[in-house]
Design a binder for this molecule. Structure first.
Ligand code: FAD
Ligand code: NDP
Length: 608
């Protein structure tokens, strides 16, 4: 039997019996500061001055055992450990303190009045870019949070770890393969700069895949550790609604658990779509498989003509792989078409084949891959154009990149009555990412009418958590989001395409300043003369406000990220002209654009 005077019991009792418990020392200036803060806030506190007691040192040891913090002040609010002086002041500033205080009044929300006890303040479905950001931020603000993440394997059995699309089968492996391809180009450039290298450099697919997968493994591990450190409960289980506040989770071993939550955040992302044609799922793959494909892809067909198809075709060709893109209609729908076509023609010049106007109608396997013999599969693809003309061709790999479906159809969403857009299964939300059910929110790729990009999902997750559990008031700004297509020559843009600018302001009110460009780096290797291009789209009646920035060049992503702040702040053409460039860079082109498209002047660059 533990005596009542046991130091740990003394600690527990103070915490249990006081909404705010402060372990303090009478002479410590930080303890005085904390006590003054609570007094200024008119909040009653239970104080135990450890320096006035004989067992003071034992009580501090008990605090260490309980919280990992031995020092004073040591503050608890409604049973939750807040920390020392700095932690308490920070909690006051970021709203966590208010949230913890509210807990005893029935919950974190001022919009909700029920006093039902839930297992969690917040359960997030989906541990991808958005879900992880939201859950970590909410937990940091004092909410009790769980995140459910479960990866349903692809038809050929590919699966991955925590972190969602971006880390495992999206941005990260894609950019690393893009880098692998660029290095191939750099090797041949290097010879022109005097490096003495073997005549032909060869690439080993397996080595690259293993290295990239090892890096991804370390990221998966890092995410698990981060969740643990932030006290987010990670459930490696598939979640589905039982009712609007209750979820059933099913893990790999089919073990079912029921959890309840005050708030539920949907962040389930999307998965690649397969066409409804014979052989698609049996013999085709998607971006979910390519980055960990254990065998060399061989001759590859990429179906689709947006971000994913073009990026994958770009890095495959850069690695020396025979790549063909099957384009149903146009390249990069929704993007500035002049820029999309510049990318297309550059890719074509660099050995990527385009089959315009065709869609596949059937896939048949002629021969299975044989690992012992090291031979790849042989797949016959039949395709058809609008005139009904058929085409047949053999490939080793067929990759579908024809869009992604929101993961909202197997999560019992009807049991929560959350409204979806029937056309695409995406979640309809207001500007606060709130669904028609007030305690259910959605972020990331499943949001109807929003961009499917990692930083967009992260921003929405962070800001939502701050609004729900902190003092946050900011809404995610979905306008002027910069983006980049990581094709061999990258395409970066921010703001409106020329087509959209004309639609919005009228052709007469638009002035486009533009120039071709040749990066200095490619002059000595004598390649890609005037293959780069930059343009600023300006609105004449708004003092030439820049409403669109577009660039095709190496490292366009890096360039676009920086200039995007200018567009967000409403920069005009004169502001760009006033900015002094950094020479010699590609980015400086935006500070020196003189020629307008309407003038018809030749904008090919001839010198430095
Ligand atoms: P996700 O990251 O997809 O996470 C959702 C998670 O929820 C997944 O782990 C999923 O398995 C899990 N889940 C789903 N349903 C359940 C359930 N019922 N229970 C439990 N777990 C569930 N964006 C960029 O900004 N830059 C890029 O360069 C870029 N490149 C890309 C390249 C490719 C090939 C692809 C496919 C995408 C790329 N994207 C890029 C887009 C980016 O990856 C996504 O926008 C981002 O990952 C979306 O985050 P999310 O949180 O909405 O969903
Ligand atoms: P998209 O939805 O952007 O594009 C789908 C493409 O497939 C279009 O070219 C479309 O052609 C074509 N298509 C659709 N159906 C068929 C069909 N049945 N047969 C043949 N072609 C078809 O999808 P993605 O998969 O490329 O990308 C999804 C999202 O992921 C992007 O919107 C982007 O937000 C994100 N992403 C971002 C990246 C980045 O930031 N760098 C990189 C990769 C992805 P049509 O124009 O005729 O409809």
């Amino acid at each position: 039997v533990v005596p009542r005077t046991d130091p740990i019991t003394i600690v527990e009792d103070l915490i249990k019996n006081n909404r705010i418990a402060v372990f303090s020392k009478t002479t410590c200036p930080f303890c005085i500061k904390v006590k003054q803060l609570f007094s200024a806030l008119n909040l009653e506190i239970g104080v135990l001055e450890v320096d006035t007691r004989e067992d003071g040192a034992d009580i501090q040891d008990a605090l260490l055992q309980k919280t990992g913090q031995k020092t004073v002040p040591n503050v608890f609010v409604n049973g939750e450990h807040v920390g020392g002086c700095d932690n308490t002041i920070e909690a006051h500033q970021n709203g966590r303190l208010q949230f913890l205080l509210n807990k005893s009044e029935g919950g974190p929300s001022d919009e909700m009045t029920d006093d039902v006890k839930y297992d969690y303040d917040l359960v997030v479905i989906g541990g991808g870019s958005g879900g992880l950001a939201a859950s970590k931020e909410a937990a940091m603000l004092g909410a009790k949070v769980a995140v459910c993440d479960f990866v349903v394997p692809t038809p050929i059995g590919t699966a991955w770890g925590l972190g969602g699309t971006c880390v495992n089968v999206g941005c990260i492996p894609k950019k690393l393969m893009h880098q692998a391809a660029i290095l191939g180009q750099s090797v041949s450039d290097a010879k022109k700069f005097g490096w003495e290298l073997p005549e032909t450099a060869t690439h080993n697919w397996k080595t690259m895949v293993e290295a990239i997968q090892a890096h991804i493994g370390s990221l998966n591990w890092g995410y698990r550790v981060a969740l643990r450190e932030k006290k987010v409960n990670y459930l490696n289980a598939f979640a589905e609604f039982v009712d609007p506040h209750t979820l059933k989770t099913t893990d790999k071993k089919k073990k079912e658990t029921t959890i309840t939550a005050k708030y539920i955040l949907l962040a389930t992302g999307g998965r690649p779509r397969y066409p409804d044609i014979p052989g698609a799922q049996e013999f085709g793959i998607t971006s979910d498989d390519i980055f960990s494909l254990p065998r060399h892809p061989g001759k590859t067909l990429l179906v689709g003509a947006s971000y994913i198809a073009l990026e994958c075709a770009g890095f495959l060709a850069g690695l020396g792989i025979d790549a063909t893109v099957m384009v149903r209609s146009i390249l990069l729908r929704g993007f500035d078409q002049q820029m999309a076509n510049l990318i297309g023609s550059y890719m074509e010049k660099h050995g990527i084949r385009f089959q315009h106007g065709y869609v596949p109608t059937k896939l048949e396997r002629i021969e299975e891959a044989c690992i012992e013999k090291g031979t790849p599969a042989r797949i016959k693809v039949t395709s058809q154009n609008e005139q009904g003309e058929l085409m047949e061709e053999e490939y080793n790999t067929v990759l579908f990149a024809i869009g992604r479906d929101a993961c909202t159809n197997k999560i019992g969403i009807e049991k929560a009555n959350v409204m979806l857009n029937p056309k695409n299964g995406k979640v309809i939300c207001d500007e606060k990412e709130q669904t028609n059910i007030p305690h259910i929110y959605a972020i990331g790729d499943i949001l109807d009418g929003k961009l499917e990009l990692t930083p967009v999902a992260i921003q929405a997750g962070r800001l939502l958590a701050q609004r729900l559990f902190g003092n946050g008031t900011l809404l995610t700004d979905y306008v002027n989001v910069p983006t980049t297509v990581f094709t061999p020559l990258e395409y970066g843009c921010c703001g409106l395409s020329e087509e959209d600018a004309i639609d919005k302001y009228g052709a007469k009110d638009i002035e486009v300043y533009h120039s071709y460009l040749t990066p200095l780096e490619v002059t000595v290797p004598k390649r890609d003369d005037n293959e780069g291009y930059a343009k600023l789209i300006c609105v004449k009646s708004l003092n030439e406000k820049v409403v669109g920035l577009h660039i095709v060049s190496p490292n366009a992503g890096e360039i676009t990220q920086g200039f995007a702040i200018g567009l967000k702040l409403g920069a005009t053409k004169a502001d760009f002209d006033n900015l002094i460039g950094i020479h010699p860079t590609i980015a400086e082109v935006f500070t020196t654009l003189k020629s307008t498209k309407s003038s018809g002047v030749d904008v090919l660059q001839k010198g430095c």
